[in-house]
Design a protein around this ligand. Structure first.
Ligand code: SAH
Length: 361
C-alpha cells in the first residue's frame, strides 16, 4: 500500500541532469505526464518498463512509443545515465559502487551476494545528520537528501550486473529524514513493471524517529529495521544522540503496534562493541525491553572506523550475548561481516562530499 507523495512535477521538474529525473518518476507520475500531453496510458507503461527493465534512458529507438513522444522526451529529458566512478569487489563477492551525483558529491551502494539472494544496500542521503558515535557516515556530517531518481539510480546500476532480490535502506543516511523521496522510490521498487520486489524484501532501517515511523507505516507496508544498539536511555543517548529526542519508552510503544499483521516483526539491529554494550546484564536488559514487542534481533559485530576508539566484541562474547537472547525466546542472528576490506561493511560507507548543513540531532 504505497501512496506516493510526489506529483510528476516534483519528481521530474529539476533542471540538472533531467535524464536522471525520469528514473525517479513513479508509474503514476508517468501516467499523469502522458495524460497531460494527450498520450495514451499504455505509453506510460512502455516507458516505465523500458527505463527499469530495459535499462534505457535514451528512447530514440524505442519503436513502441510514437515518434512525437520520443522527440518530446529527448528534448525535455535528454538521456543522461548515472555515472559509476569506481567499483570495488571484495573476495567474498561483495561489490561497492561509488556513484557520481550532479553536484560533484558521490554516494556508495553495496551489493551483497548470498547463495539464495542478492541484497542491495542503498543510500538515502549524502552523509547523515544523526552523528551516531560508531558510524563513519555520521562522522562526516550531512550534505543533502537524495532525490527519488538518485535512490533508484543505485538499483538501476546494480541490476545491470546482478539479480537483486532484496533492497535494504542501510547505506548512507537516515531514510526517515528523507521520506519525501524514499516513499516514491519504494513505490518504484515494488512496482511489477519495474523491480517487482515485495514488501517483505524491501527493508527501511531507521535510528528510531517516531513521527516519521508513523508516517512510513501509514504509507507503505515494507519491512522495518530499527537500530537499537543499547537497551537503556543512558547508554543509547551516548551512542545515538537522537535517543534524547525519542527515548526508548516512547519508541517501544510505537514498535509494539507498528505492523498491523500479527506475524510481522521488526528487525532490531544491535551492534556489539567491546566493553560498551555487550555484557550479559545488557543482554538480559535488552530481552526485558523487547518483551511484548514483535521482534527479531540482528547482532552486528562492530566494524572498525577511524578515530572511534571502539573495538569489535570477541566472537565468544557475541556468542554468549546471542545465547542469552535466544534463551529469552528471541530469534537472534549474527550478521556476517561482508566486504570490510573494501570498507563496504555497515557503518563504513563514506562517499565523497562536502558537508553543507549542521547536524540536526
Ligand atoms: N540511519 C539508518 C540506516 C543507516 S545505518 C539507521 O540508523 O538504521 C545501517 C546500519 O548500520 C544501522 O543499524 C547502523 O547502526 C549500522 N552501523 C553503523 N555504523 C556501524 C559500524 N561501525 N559497525 C557496524 N554497524 C554499523
Amino acid at each position: 500500500m504505497i501512496k506516493p507523495s510526489l506529483g510528476y512535477n516534483a519528481a521530474m521538474s529539476t533542471t540538472t541532469n533531467p535524464g536522471l529525473h525520469l528514473l525517479g518518476a513513479t508509474r503514476e507520475d508517468l501516467l499523469a505526464f502522458m495524460a497531460k500531453r494527450g498520450y495514451k496510458s499504455a505509453h506510460a507503461f512502455s516507458l516505465f518498463k523500458a527505463i527499469h527493465r530495459g535499462h534505457l534512458l535514451d528512447f530514440t529507438h524505442l519503436d513502441s512509443l510514437p515518434l512525437t513522444l520520443r522527440q518530446h522526451l529527448a528534448s525535455d529529458f535528454p538521456c543522461s545515465p548515472p555515472k559509476v566512478l569506481h567499483t570495488h569487489t571484495a573476495t567474498d563477492g561483495t561489490q561497492k559502487y561509488l556513484i557520481a551525483l550532479n553536484d560533484g558529491s558521490a554516494i556508495e551502494t553495496v551489493f551483497i551476494p548470498e547463495p539464495s539472494r542478492g541484497t542491495l544496500c542503498v543510500s538515502s542521503q549524502v552523509g547523515c545528520a544523526l552523528n551516531c558515535d560508531f558510524c563513519a557516515t555520521g562522522k562526516q556530517g550531512f550534505s543533502r537528501n537524495l532525490t527519488a531518481a538518485e535512490i533508484i539510480a543505485q538499483i538501476w546500476i546494480a541490476t545491470r550486473e546482478h539479480t537483486i532480490t532484496n533492497v535494504v535502506f542501510m547505506g548512507m543516511g537516515e531514510p526517515l529524514l528523507n521520506l519525501e523521496h524514499v516513499i516514491p522510490a519504494i513505490s518504484i521498487l515494488l512496482d511489477d513493471c519495474a523491480y517487482n520486489l515485495s514488501k517483505y524484501t524491501v527493508t527501511v532501517s531507521t535510528a528510531g524517529l517516531i513521527p516519521q515511523m508513523q508516517q512510513l507505516a501509514q504509507q507503505t507496508e515494507v519491512s522495518l529495521a530499527l537500530s537499537l544498539h543499547a537497551p537503556n536511555d543512558l547508554l543509547r543517548t551516548q551512542l545515538m544522540p537522537i535517543n534524547k529526542k525519542y527515548p526508548l519508552l516512547e519508541l517501544m510503544a510505537v514498535c509494539k503496534n507498528y505492523f498491523k499483521h500479527p506475524k510481522r516483526k521488526i528487525l532490531f539491529e544491535y551492534i556489539l562493541i567491546d566493553g560498551v554494550n555487550d555484557t550479559d546484564a545488557l543482554a538480559h536488559e535488552l530481552a526485558q525491553l523487547l518483551t511484548d514487542v514483535p521482534a527479531k534481533i540482528n547482532l552486528i559485530p562492530f566494524n572498525p572506523i577511524a578515530h572511534s576508539g571502539y573495538q569489535r566484541s570477541t566472537d565468544a562474547r557475541i556468542k554468549v550475548f546471542q545465547t542469552i537472547l535466544r534463551d529469552h525466546g528471541f530469534k537472534t542472528f549474527v550478521r556476517k561481516t561482508r566486504g570490510p576490506l573494501i570498507d563496504a561493511a555497515c557503518g563504513q560507507l563514506k562517499g565523497d562530499f562536502i558537508e553543507k548543513t549542521k547536524r540536526r540531532a
